[in-house]
Design a binder for this molecule. Structure first.
Ligand code: AN7
Length: 354
């Protein structure tokens, strides 16, 4: 496997990996960074790139951090892991836990998880508990369950520093692919671990002298779940972007530091703006991402319109998860588009209006 090393080997000098760390992998990382000229022209930026994190093994960026967190958990002797999740963390924990042969428990807000993500956790054999409450309630429960030393399970939410360490690798990949850091990094913000990890990753590369600059970090929350924008926790967050439906982000301070140190911003985008971006990403670039991921592109469109992002800046938007995870939102978006016909050439020509 010389041609394509493991992610943890490629960036080992920046990761908490030692010779004692088990070599676990599902082939995470190395995701495409693709130019998006048609989408860029549509939303007012001339040099837009999309980082396709939905190409990770379980279809989201979570795998970068999960591979490190689960490896370190096993190294420390853990036999079970637990997390709260809006869906993607649980899908990733279930998969890496299965591959490692350890017990996985996931605690989810009842009725608020995209179908694909729920099925990923179940099919991998995780124990799934749906609680009467939102993500913030679920996180509170699992944090208190694992707070005592000697707890039977390792917490693999992004409050686990190994998760953040692994997620930094996406920033390294972007710099390696571009040969420089971008001017702007646009990213959805939920629990705020990822924006924190990217900023740490860009900072690692700048400190190591691999890049000369760091990007402005532009984070975007859904308008009904925008605690950092509003400056206080939201008790009852709401948005169609269920992955980022979070009212009290665990890594709030990290997001604020990334924003301020980079002279960036954290802004809100409405569900309508998210859904417009979700359709545009697919229709102009052929990339199917999940609604929460489209918050990054919705945010770039908004910031380009206001002048906060300049037309000629090098912009990278992170598409954090795969569109196939949330078939219900996709189905609602395209409802009524199928035209029926009898099985004849004439019928199909007529149906196509050709
Ligand atoms: C597709 O899975 O919080 O700001 O429990 O799934 O690091 O939380 C997911 C978050 C963006 C936000 N895009 O990242 C979970 C969870 C997608 C996501 C985010 C999530 P953070």
């Amino acid at each position: 496997m010389a041609a394509r090393p493991r992610l943890c080997d490629r960036y080992r000098r920046f990761l908490p990996i030692t010779d004692a760390t088990p070599r676990l992998t599902l082939g995470e990382g190395f995701t495409p960074l693709v130019a998006a000229p048609r989408l860029g022209a549509r939303i007012g930026v001339a040099n837009l790139h999309l980082k396709l994190e939905g190409m990770n093994p379980t279809g989201s960026f979570k795998d970068r951090g999960m591979v490190v967190a689960v490896s370190k958990a096993i190294e420390a002797g853990a036999t079970s892991i637990i997390c709260a999740s809006t869906g993607n963390t649980s899908a990733s924990a279930a998969a890496y836990g299965a591959a490692a042969g350890i017990e996985v428990a996931v605690v989810l807000p009842k009725g608020a998880i995209a179908l694909g993500k729920l099925l990923q956790a179940l099919i991998a054999g995780a124990k799934v508990v749906a609680v009467d409450g939102n993500f913030d309630d679920a996180l509170r429960v699992v944090r208190s369950m694992t707070a005592a030393s000697g707890s039977r399970a390792t917490l693999v939410n992004s409050v686990n520093p190994h998760r953040i360490a692994g997620q930094k690798t996406a920033a390294y990949e972007i710099c390696d692919d571009l040969g420089r850091a971008p001017d702007v990094l646009a990213i959805p913000v939920g629990n705020a671990g990822n924006i924190t990890a990217y900023w740490a990753g860009f900072t690692d590369y700048a400190m190591a002298g691999i890049v000369e600059t760091r990007p402005r970090m532009h984070g975007f929350q859904a308008a009904g779940a925008a605690p950092i924008v509003e400056g206080h926790p939201i008790d009852d967050p709401h948005t169609i972007a269920t992955a980022i439906k979070i009212g009290n982000p665990a890594t709030w301070a990290g997001a604020v530091a990334a924003r301020d140190e980079s002279r960036g911003s954290i802004d809100a985008v409405t569900d309508d703006e998210i859904l417009t971006a979700y359709r545009n990403i697919a229709e102009f670039e052929g990339v199917f991402c999940e609604p929460s991921s489209a918050a990054s592109v919705a945010g770039v469109a908004k910031a380009a319109a206001s002048g906060a992002i300049g037309r000629d800046e090098l912009v990278v938007a992170i598409l954090t998860g795969n569109g196939l995870k949330d078939p219900d939102t996709a189905e609602r978006t395209v409802a009524g588009r199928i035209v029926e016909s009898d099985a004849s050439e004439a019928g199909v020509l007529k149906a196509l209006d050709w």
